[in-house]
Structure formats: structure tokens, C-alpha cells
Ligand binder design. Structure first.
Ligand SMILES: NC(=O)c1ccc[n+]([C@@H]2O[C@H](COP(=O)([O-])OP(=O)(O)OC[C@H]3O[C@@H](n4cnc5c(N)ncnc54)[C@H](OP(=O)(O)O)[C@@H]3O)[C@@H](O)[C@H]2O)c1
Length: 327
């Protein structure tokens, strides 16, 4: 089968090429999917650069989310048939013509959803759902702050927060262009802050009449940590998903943690046990699917992942905002 491979196993974007890889052989409880679209995530870049090895047992081919059609069913699989249209989550292997996954890691693609929309859901929306609802325990009427608001996961989190009835959703980003774009997303963030030029904790205090946010999703770590504690309301919950600015905070005042009874919890998805991922996918299927995600077909670069996509620009259907690559 054809797959996007990396010359020498790791390197810059120029090392990506489309070559031949063995078609995976089906096993029990597995389904083989003919991939229609896959999503591009920041972790793909780290993996391509050799900074993020795939979890044990996962394909070394890039790509953790996809939409496609079931082409083979393994022994013991129930409830699925060849030809079913699905979307799914994988430990790797989505940048290819075929991907093998556990039958528990796919959900049905609604006919109303495009292949691109479907491929944009699994990694981004499941991560966001986990951070916002399962860990952040977001309730209707809560105020929410989402950092890296224009990231794939950030865009998903804002849409989910609105879907689950957040009162306000403030997203942070580094440029006015991103802020303007974020505020135009239907049912996306209600407010936005440019963290380069504004104090985001002051912005959310203003938005929430001094209360602060109930739920906060952070990807930034070090540079935002103290302001995050300040931005949280009493009993506020913060989920940490990444540490894009660094992991060491030299000086921190712990008092807000105590006096505001704050919860700070980290989370991962790719390294979680298969059963956890399966339960998450099924829960997401019940509570949010088939709500259509917002995708945008404008072809301007919104962030650094564009460089990862550029090599494949000659291919059709590249969507740089959710960076879904269509065969
Ligand atoms: N823990 C988990 O379960 C999990 C799962 C999936 C993804 N992730 C992580 O979540 C993050 C987002 O993933 P993604 O694929 O959605 O990323 P993405 O679309 O590539 O977006 C990343 C965004 O992060 C912001 N950023 C980069 N460096 C920053 C810095 N130093 N300070 C502040 N913001 C910075 C950038 O926005 P601005 O220029 O506007 O700042 C950029 O748009 C990644 O770090 C990824 O590894 C974690």
C-alpha cells in the first residue's frame, strides 16, 4: 500500500515522501480501514522530528486520526460490516492507504458529515472532551478559558464548551489574525485574548465580572502557570495537556491553590490503555457525535503546522486549519 513515510526514519518536512509500506494483516477484534482522510496533529511533527516515538505496538507510520471505509473485518468483530463508513482513533498509521485498528476504536460516520469533518474529530475532539468534561467536569453555565485557542485541540474544545452550555468561552492566541478568525467560528469562543499583548487573567476576570473561570484547558505550562491560578474561580479546575512554553516554573505562589480549592490535573490520550480509549470513544459517541465540527477551507497558514502540510500541497483537499489531508 502507499503511505507517507520519512526518509531515514526522522527529519525535516523535506524528508516526507509517499512510498510503499506493507498492508497490515488483520487480526482478531480488528478492522482494516481504507483511509479517506487523516488529520494532522502537532504530535505528528514531533514524531517526524524523532522527538516523540509512537507507543509500544503502534505503527511507526504517522497519523492518529482518520475517516474511511471498512475493507476487512477480523474474527470476533460484531456490529460492523465491510463498506461501513467510519472515523477512528489510532496509536499511529493513519498517513496511509489502509490502517488497522481495534473495532472498539471506530465510530460510525454520519452521512451528513464530510470525510474531512469526520477525520478532524477523533484526536482533537476526544482530547478536548476528556479535558473539558471528564477531567474539567464542565457544567452548563460555567465560564471556560482555553489556551492555544487556534490549535486543533483548542478549536475543538471551544466548540464542545459551547455545545455543553458554557456561559462564556475565552480563547487565547498570539496574533490578531487568529483572534479575529476565532471570533468568527460559529458557536466557537465568545471572547478572545491576545496573550502576547494582554493579561489573559485580567481579560477573563472582566468577562466573568471578577469571578474567574470554572474550567481552564492549558497547553502552555510555564509561562502561563501563575496567571492560570489567578484566572481560575473558587473550586476551579484546570486540565494540563501540554507544556509548550516549558515545564519548569521557577517561582509560584501556592496560596491560590489552597484558598480557591483549585484542581490541577494533567492528561494524555495516546499513551492511555486501549480499554480507556475505547470507553472514551463510546462515551463521546453517545454524548456529542454526530454534532458536526467546524472546518474552514481557507488556505492561509494559521500556525506552524502549515509547514508540515506544505509538502503535500500538490495533493487535493488539504485543509490547513484542521489540517486534514485527503487522498
Ligand atoms: N495531553 C494530551 O492528551 C494531548 C492530546 C493531543 C494534543 N496534545 C497537545 O496539545 C497541543 C495542541 O495540539 P494541536 O495538535 O492541537 O496543536 P496545533 O494545532 O499545532 O497548535 C498548537 C498551538 O499552540 C500554540 N503555541 C505554540 N507554542 C506556544 C507557546 N510557547 N506558548 C503558547 N502557545 C503556544 C500556538 O498558538 P499561538 O501562536 O496562538 O500561541 C499553536 O497554534 C500540543 O502541544 C499537543 O502535543 C496533548
Amino acid at each position: 500500500m502507499r503511505a507517507v513515510l520519512i526518509k531515514g526514519g526522522s527529519g525535516g518536512v523535506e524528508n516526507l515522501y509517499i512510498g510503499e509500506a506493507p498492508k497490515p494483516e488483520i487480526g482478531s477484534q480488528q478492522v482494516l480501514i481504507q483511509v479517506k482522510c487523516f488529520g494532522l496533529n502537532r504530535m505528528d511533527i514531533a514524531q517526524r522530528e524523532g522527538r516523540y516515538p509512537p507507543p509500544p505496538g503502534a505503527s511507526s507510520i504517522l497519523g492518529v486520526e482518520f475517516s474511511g471505509v471498512i475493507s476487512e473485518i477480523g474474527p470476533g468483530v460484531e456490529g460492523w460490516a465491510v463498506g461501513d463508513q467510519v472515523l477512528g482513533l489510532a496509536g499511529g498509521g493513519a498517513y496511509a492507504e489502509y490502517i488497522l485498528v481495534a473495532s472498539t476504536h471506530i465510530i460510525k460516520k454520519p452521512a451528513s458529515m464530510s470525510w474531512v469533518q469526520a477525520a478532524s474529530i477523533p484526536e482533537a475532539f476526544l482530547t478536548a472532551y476528556q479535558a473539558l468534561v471528564m477531567i474539567g467536569k464542565m457544567q452548563r453555565g460555567d465560564d471556560v478559558l482555553i489556551h492555544a485557542g487556534a490549535s486543533g485541540v483548542g478549536i475543538a474544545a471551544a466548540q464542545l464548551a459551547r455545545f455543553f452550555g458554557a456561559d462564556t468561552v475565552t480563547a487565547t492566541a498570539s496574533t490578531q489574525e487568529k483572534i479575529d478568525w476565532l471570533l468568527k467560528i460559529p458557536n466557537g469562543p465568545t471572547h478572545a485574548a491576545n496573550y502576547k499583548t494582554e493579561d489573559f487573567s485580567a481579560v477573563v476576570k472582566n468577562v466573568t465580572n471578577g469571578k474567574g473561570v470554572n474550567v481552564l484547558i492549558d497547553f502552555v505550562g510555564q509561562s502561563h502557570f501563575s496567571k492560570n491560578l489567578d484566572a481560575l474561580a473558587v473550586d476551579g479546575r484546570m486540565t494540563m495537556l501540554a507544556m509548550l512554553s516549558g515545564s519548569v516554573v521557577e517561582k509560584v505562589n501556592l496560596a491560590p491553590l489552597l484558598y480557591k480549592r483549585l484542581h490541577v490535573e494533567g492528561s494524555t490520550l495516546r499513551s492511555r490503555p486501549a480499554q480507556y480509549q475505547a470507553d472514551l470513544i463510546q462515551q463521546y459517541d453517545r454524548v456529542h457525535h454526530p454534532h458536526k465540527p467546524f472546518t474552514d477551507d481557507i488556505s492561509r497558514s494559521i500556525d506552524s503546522r502549515q509547514t508540515h502540510v506544505t509538502t503535500f500541497r500538490e495533493k487535493k483537499g488539504v485543509n490547513p486549519l484542521r489540517r486534514t489531508f485527503t487522498r
